[in-house]
Design a protein around this ligand. Structure first.
Ligand SMILES: CC(C)(COP(=O)(O)OP(=O)(O)OC[C@H]1O[C@@H](n2cnc3c(N)ncnc32)[C@H](O)[C@@H]1OP(=O)(O)O)[C@@H](O)C(=O)NCCC(=O)NCCS
Length: 370
């Protein structure tokens, strides 16, 4: 065993996977061999969820079957809805989703002979669970959305009307970009939980809890909070110049694995630009672009997926605390695919550590301690 640990496990090969590969130099990201760059606007998130969970792109019939499996699991027991409504308005929606995943584990089994049951149930119910809690505290009556897909259901449930087709399609594409990302922190954590022969819902709770932090999924919310006050390039430039002088970490930039660029960023940036045009918000887009330019020039840093997805969701009228939960609604497919892969060839994940504590010391009985 090596004498030196890699801080943050950087560069450590911790296992193998057939689900996804991230281009080491930021050139590509492929889900089961398919590049995200080849997934056109119009692709439904469910196509990609099926690809990740089953290994193959579904044809029309397989997709209909997959959607029917989701629809068959969409109903949320009244007791779960009541438990969600009992959570305070001040709770972070990530905590609501983590609780929702936990409630599913209390009410539904994770049957060994139906490995897709729990992932499908989580995919089908988590968006509605978030919105049930949201509607309750907004004083709105909860009406289950009529849209079939997760992107459309979320937008309809949030805004109380079916989304425009173009917005729905863009939302689908944004969810696709969030669906899977190899051995990122939350996926690795979920695989560890699975490796102890725990159940799928517990692994999803692990994933949600790990994603919440702003060094991981929480970066999209933090990026929008940071730039919310700035609606034009000049104001954003003044702000970011001062922030860099104070050596602040800028959320939505940098990546542990990508070293040149994040291949998802160009795609989400284009969606954000189209929304900005549509909503007459090119000043806000320019504010984001100027921050990107300065970070590139002064720090050699590039935006990751979270930077422009923050602007994209903002322009779609989505409340900031929902940005990381949207990441969850999508990443459930990636997490579950990894948990199933872990189960198929399991060995307990249990690394070792280099001990840095005191050398051995004689035991002191309680009455002699000072
Ligand atoms: C993603 C992230 C956690 C990767 O971290 P990492 O691989 O551990 O890199 P480090 O934290 O060791 O940073 C390496 C150097 O780059 C700098 N750096 C990295 N990301 C930075 C950022 N977003 N803003 C400012 N400086 C940054 C660090 O200050 C450090 O500089 P130093 O060596 O002079 O101290 C990090 O880039 C980050 O904190 N980004 C912001 C959060 C974010 O957007 N997360 C979403 C990721 S998809």
């Amino acid at each position: 065993m090596s004498e030196e640990a890699s801080k943050g496990l950087e560069g450590v090969v911790a296992g193998s996977t057939a689900i996804c590969t991230v281009g080491r130099e930021g050139r590509d990201l492929r889900y089961r061999g398919y590049s995200i760059k080849d997934m056109p606007l119009g692709t439904r998130y469910e196509e990609i969820a099926a690809l990740l969970l089953t290994g193959e792109l579904p044809d029309r019939r397989a997709l209909e079957k997959f959607n029917a499996e989701l629809a068959g699991r969409r109903e949320i027991p009244r007791a779960i809805a009541a438990a969600l409504e009992s959570l305070p308005a001040s709770a972070h929606p990530m905590d609501v989703l983590r609780t929702g995943a936990s409630l599913l584990g209390c009410f539904f089994p994770d049957p060994a002979d139906q490995p897709l049951d729990a992932p499908l149930r989580a995919l089908a119910t988590l968006p509605d669970m978030l919105l049930i809690w949201h509607a309750h505290h907004a004083g709105q009556p909860w009406r289950a959305p009529r849209q079939a897909g997760i992107a459309g259901r979320y937008l309809e449930g949030l805004h109380g009307r079916p989304p425009e087709e173009e917005d729905r399609a863009m939302m689908d594409l944004s969810l696709i970009l969030y669906a899977e990302h190899e051995f990122n922190a939350s996926t690795f954590a979920a695989r560890i939980t699975t490796s102890t022969i725990s159940d799928m819902y517990s692994a999803l709770c692990t994933g949600i809890g790990t994603l919440k932090g702003k060094l991981h999924g929480g970066a999209n919310e933090a990026a929008m909070e940071m730039l919310l006050p700035y609606r034009d390039a000049a104001a954003a430039e003044r702000f970011i110049t001062e922030a860099l002088k104070r050596k602040e970490r800028v959320m939505g930039f940098g990546h542990r694995v990508y070293k040149i660029s994040d291949p998802r960023s160009d795609i989400i940036k284009e969606l954000a630009r189209r929304q900005a045009e549509k909503h007459n918000a090119m000043g806000r887009f320019a504010a984001f672009e100027v921050v990107e330019g300065i970070l590139r020039r002064d720090k050699g840093l590039f935006p990751n997926l979270d930077f422009y997805s923050a602007l994209f969701y903002h322009l779609l009228g989505i409340p900031i605390p929902h940005y990381t939960p949207l990441f969850v609604l999508s990443r459930v497919a990636g997490w579950a695919a990894h948990c199933l892969e872990q189960r198929a060839d399991n060995r307990l994940i249990r690394p070792t550590a280099i001990y840095t504590g005191p050398a051995s010391r004689p035991w002191v009985p309680l009455e002699q301690r000072r």
